[in-house]
Write a protein that binds this ligand. Structure first.
Ligand SMILES: NC(=O)c1ccc[n+]([C@@H]2O[C@H](COP(=O)([O-])OP(=O)(O)OC[C@H]3O[C@@H](n4cnc5c(N)ncnc54)[C@H](OP(=O)(O)O)[C@@H]3O)[C@@H](O)[C@H]2O)c1
Length: 413
């Protein structure tokens, strides 16, 4: 048995090496992604009774490890030291993976060595009283995003996960396609289907911010599959065809508008009037795409500060603005008159539970949702791919990097 295997190679099934290569974030390197990550040799972690070790074939790239590398808004290493859950002093990120099960804990019943899996990033303590009481584990104080709030993510040859995080890998996809969709797809699924009664229904208009982005491309496909009418927002015409091919009724180029950011105070008549003109014009652009004066029943939000005032303004009476991030900032100012008079809902949403992750995976297995993999890199490319994401110059859709898979295009059967 070798102590460490080279990237792109694979030990015999069930053989767990002592050490592995990992892309590691340390506090001393906090900063932009190109600086934050470095490849190190790290001991392979041991597993608890409800956990499995997975040999990572490919890892998906998400925005969360841009935040982890920056050390902001949360220093994830310090947070874990503070709660006493991990004093390793480093962070191995990566919240999406495809791979092969190499070892199972003593209590694991649903998996065996050799199973090909995709991994969802929701982890929690199964013995937490609220989980035991049947409350959605997403509300448990023990809930953590694997590979962001926890270490031992997929930017390493082996990852340690709870068995319930593993779902069957779609065999019509390559390793890298399989690694690309779960985090964004399941997040989008909960946002669109998890907040009854504001779930996508046949004929509902849904405004999707960042339609060509990771979350957006999944949202467009889910809305279309559920019979809704997705309207995608983009920042360049080159993204239009991509969104329409996925099922968007049309797109709106946000660069044609200028009223973004926190709205002016309502007492400042002139500035407020100017803002309202921009927001109304944006609402009219939605109607133009839809072909009638029908406003969005759901607004799929994640840019945050730049867009929330407009999202709340254009949302239909009785509709919902559902938000999972604040990529452009966290101060979301709204004109409350529109919220209460039109009885709109402003709903926070975060990742997904087991059932929602499975529902999304079932849509992928059925071919209703494509991972939209647009770029595949090597293990060494992990920092550069995050850097591109940080600078919003990454391609549309989702990105993944090979870890155990020796070359792109493998794993399809
Ligand atoms: N809470 C959760 O569970 C969860 C899960 C997944 C992701 N997230 C978060 O959600 C955010 C987006 O993730 P992602 O994977 O979709 O990222 P992404 O692939 O980078 O897509 C984000 C999209 O937002 C659009 N955008 C950028 N700046 C904007 C602005 N000023 N106004 C409006 N739109 C803007 C961009 O599209 P255009 O330039 O074409 O408009 C971009 O494609 C990140 O902050 C991520 O951390 C949260």
């Amino acid at each position: 048995m070798s102590d460490v295997y080279e990237i792109g190679t694979q030990p015999p099934l069930g053989t767990v090496p002592k050490e592995m290569y990992a892309q590691v974030i340390r506090q001393s390197r906090f900063g932009e992604p190109n600086k934050a990550f470095a490849i190190e040799k790290i001991p392979v972690p041991t597993i608890k009774p409800d956990e499995v070790l997975v040999w990572v074939m490919a890892a998906g790239i998400n925005y969360n490890n841009v935040w982890a590398g920056l050390g902001s808004p949360v220093d994830v290493i310090k947070a874990r030291q503070k709660e006493g859950s991990d004093d390793s002093g480093f962070h191995i990120g990566g919240s999406d993976a495809s791979g092969i099960v190499y070892a199972v804990g003593s209590e694991v019943k649903n998996l065996k060595v050799g199973d090909e899996v995709v991994i969802h990033c929701g982890s929690w303590n199964a013995k937490c009283p609220s989980v035991l009481a049947g409350v959605d584990p997403m509300y448990s104080p023990s809930f953590r995003i694997w590979g962001y709030e926890t270490s031992w993510g997929s930017f390493a040859q082996m990852t340690r996960v709870q068995a319930h995080q593993c779902l069957p890998r779609p065999k019509h996809l390559t390793w890298e396609e399989s690694a690309a969709y779960m985090l964004v797809g399941a997040t989008a699924y909960r946002m669109l289907m998890g907040w009854a009664p504001n779930q996508v229904k046949k004929g509902d208009v849904v405004l999707v911010w960042g339609g060509a982005g990771g979350l957006g491309c999944q949202a467009i496909q889910i809305v279309r599959a559920k019979g809704g009418i997705p309207v995608a927002v983009i920042s360049g015409q080159e993204k239009h065809d991509f969104c329409v091919k996925l099922g968007a009724k049309g797109t709106i180029n946000r660069k044609n508008f200028k009223h973004w950011g926190m709205m002016p105070h309502w007492k400042d008549d002139a500035a407020y009037g100017e803002w309202a003109k921009g927001a109304r014009a944006f609402g009219a652009a939605i109607w133009d795409v839809v072909g009638e004066r029908k406003s969005p029943q759901i607004v799929f939000e994640h840019p945050g500060e730049d867009t929330v005032p407009t999202s709340i303004f254009v949302c239909d009476t009785g509709g919902m603005v559902v938000i999972c991030a604040g990529t452009t900032g966290f101060n979301a100012v709204a004109d409350l008159r529109y919220l209460w008079m039109r009885q709109k809902r402003f709903q926070g949403s975060h990742f997904a539970n087991d059932e929602q992750s499975k529902a999304l995976n079932d849509m992928v297995l059925a071919g209703e949702v494509d991972p939209c993999l647009s770029q595949t890199g090597s293990f060494a490319d992990i920092p550069a791919f995050h850097q591109a994401m940080y600078e919003n110059r990454h391609p549309h859709g989702n990105m993944a990097c090979l870890v155990g898979a020796p070359r792109p295009g493998m794993g399809r059967s």
